[in-house]
Every structure is written in structure tokens, then in C-alpha cells.
Write a protein that binds this ligand. Structure first.
Ligand code: XMP
Length: 320
């Protein structure tokens, strides 16, 4: 029968056999479970012939990268490069508010930065990616039909053609729950295994409208509260994803004797099994109240919080 330990064993063997003895593999680490699992499978297969590159694009959650990188550095003897590219990304995103343009810019900038680092590795022949089955499906444009890109996921395509690399995608046939089982098999901690999925373009597609350091900062603070409260109420693991979105409008509020005119935060919390469809989570109203009160009290510049009650379809999980 098909078990996770046999998946690990056969995948490691297969990769070890198909990757030539002098060849190097490069892998992008994102801070999430998929790329972490890919890195560990490859590390088992070829050891130090794998180089992992973590590009900090300035669009990550509070401490998202540090936690995973710290864990990997502590437990595994990996070749790991940490690139600080925050300014480069923010510069290129200046003045851009169109969602697809944001994705394209982030995708291209990622490729540029990654390419620059990967080019320093001798004999690199392969690029390892944490592509999952749903990514494969969503990226296919059907023959004959209109090639409609619903949302262009930047982690599929682009890089390999440019660098002339072959792809290694050991998770291509797996769904998220199966990746989690592989991660358990590999001994990864709960904090990585149960981390919610996080999009490649990161907070850029959750800051609706223009991305600035200041608006990112507001979102990061609000989002941290959402994460903390979901954990504290034991809801974090019950939901597929839960996060905050910063809206491009201001609304009127009242504080003390004064009128305020400040930002709105939307809460998006959904149940799903594979992200293809989703429904909004019926969170207890006390939990919603706590999140709202804390965000309005603790995050300067926010005076209103709303809760998104749309399902997918027709809504998507992300707002952009
Ligand atoms: P949507 O918004 O399409 O999201 O319902 C489905 C799942 O995909 C994630 N997502 C992305 N992931 N690059 C990614 O790597 C992207 O551009 C992207 N857009 C959405 C989203 O967080 C959800 O889990």
C-alpha cells in the first residue's frame, strides 16, 4: 500500500538516481511547508549538492522567514543562502495597484534575484520546486479554449527557460494534506506542518492598492493579531487560511471626542480541502470581536474591521 514512508524512500531514491553525480540542484525556499519538504527530500537524496536560496522580498509576514530558516539552520547541514532583496522589490512595486501587474513584477524580480544567486553555483542543472497538484491544474490552459489566466501563480514557469534548468518537482502529484503527512514523516515541527498556505506574492496581494512600507507595516501588525488570536482560541489548525487584508479606502470613525478617518482591515478566514473551493469559516462571534477590538486598539491607522463572508466560487480566497 502507498504510505508516506514509501513515498519518501522512493522519491529520494529516484532523485538520487536521476540527478548526475557532479550535478548541483538549486531550490527556492519560501518559508512554507512545500519548499521546506522539497529541500529536505533533496537533502536526503544528494546532500550538499543542493543549495537553497531564500529571497526575502519584504512581503513576508512578521517572522515568517526567520522561523523556518532558523529551524533548518539548527537541524540540518544545508547550503542555505539568505538574500535580502526587500528594497529591490519595493522599488519596483512603487505606484503599482493592478493585481496582475503586482504578480508579474514580483515574479520577474524574484527570477532576477534568484538567477543572480543561482548563477554563482557551479554545474547547476536542476531547479527544485514545491509545485503541488492543484498548482499544476490551475496553470493548464485548455487546448482550443480561451487561455484565461485566473490568477498567474508566479511559482510555476519562468525561471527554468531562462536559466536552462530542468525541473525537479517531487510534490507534483500531491495535495496539501499529503504534503503535511510527508512533512510529519520527515520529522518537521507542527509550526511548519500546520502553517497556513501563503501566496508567492505575499502581502503584496493583501495590501489592496498601492504597496508602501507604511501600508505593509499596518497589515503586518493587524495580521499578527489575527494569527495570535486564531492560535489562542485553538482555531488556527481548524481553518485552511486566516489572514488580514488592508483595503484602499478610509472610513469615518469616532474616538473619544474626535472624529477619525482611517483605514479598514478585512478579515478573511476560510475552510477548504485543496483551495479549489472554499467557504468562510463560521468563527465564534467572541473571537471575531476580540480580533476586531485588538486590531482597532493596537494598530495605529485602523478604525474599522470587516469580515468577508464570500465563498469560492465565486469569490477567491485572496482579494487580488
Ligand atoms: P485564490 O485566491 O485563487 O487562492 O482562491 C487559492 C490558493 O492559492 C494561493 N494563492 C497563490 N499562491 N501565488 C501563490 O503561490 C499566487 O499568486 C497566489 N494567489 C493565490 C492562496 O493563498 C490560496 O491558498
Amino acid at each position: 500500500s502507498w504510505t508516506m514512508s514509501s513515498f519518501v524512500e522512493s522519491t529520494v531514491l529516484e532523485m538520487r538516481e536521476s540527478i548526475g553525480e557532479d550535478e548541483q540542484v538549486v531550490c527556492g525556499l519560501s518559508g512554507g511547508i512545500d519548499s521546506t519538504v522539497v529541500a529536505l527530500l533533496l537533502h536526503k537524496a544528494i546532500g550538499k549538492r543542493l543549495t537553497c536560496i531564500f529571497v526575502d522580498n519584504g512581503l513576508l509576514r512578521l517572522n515568517e522567514g526567520e522561523e523556518v530558516i532558523g529551524y533548518l539552520r539548527e537541524h540540518f547541514d544545508l547550503n542555505l543562502v539568505w538574500v535580502q532583496a526587500q528594497d529591490e522589490f519595493l522599488d519596483k512595486l512603487k505606484g503599482v495597484d493592478d493585481p496582475e501587474k503586482k504578480r508579474k513584477i514580483i515574479g520577474h524580480t524574484f527570477i532576477e534575484v534568484f538567477d543572480r544567486e543561482a548563477a554563482k553555483i557551479k554545474n547547476v542543472k536542476y531547479l527544485a520546486q514545491g509545485t503541488l497538484y492543484p498548482d499544476v491544474i490551475e496553470s493548464i490552459s485548455f487546448k482550443g479554449g480561451p487561455s484565461v489566466v485566473i490568477k498567474s501563480h508566479h511559482n510555476v514557469g519562468g525561471l527554468p527557460e531562462k536559466m536552462n534548468l530542468s525541473l525537479v518537482e517531487p510534490l507534483r502529484e500531491l495535495f496539501k494534506d499529503e504534503v503535511r503527512r510527508v512533512a510529519m514523516e520527515l520529522g518537521l515541527p507542527d509550526s511548519i506542518i500546520w502553517r497556513h498556505p501563503f501566496p508567492g506574492p505575499g502581502l503584496a496581494i493583501r495590501v489592496i492598492g498601492e504597496i508602501t512600507a507604511e501600508r505593509l507595516d499596518i497589515l503586518r501588525k493587524a495580521d499578527k493579531i489575527v494569527q495570535n488570536e486564531l492560535h489562542a482560541a485553538d482555531w488556527y489548525r481548524k481553518v485552511w487560511q486566516g489572514f488580514a487584508v488592508l483595503l484602499p479606502l478610509k472610513t469615518v470613525g469616532v474616538m473619544g471626542d474626535g472624529r477619525t478617518y482611517e483605514h479598514v482591515i478585512a478579515l478573511r478566514v476560510v475552510d477548504s480541502i485543496d483551495a479549489m473551493t472554499a467557504d468562510w469559516t463560521r468563527l465564534p462571534s467572541e473571537l471575531l470581536a476580540r480580533m476586531s477590538n485588538r486590531i482597532i486598539n493596537e494598530v495605529k491607522g485602523v478604525n474599522r474591521v470587516v469580515f468577508d463572508i464570500s465563498s469560492k466560487p465565486p469569490g477567491t480566497i485572496e482579494w487580488e
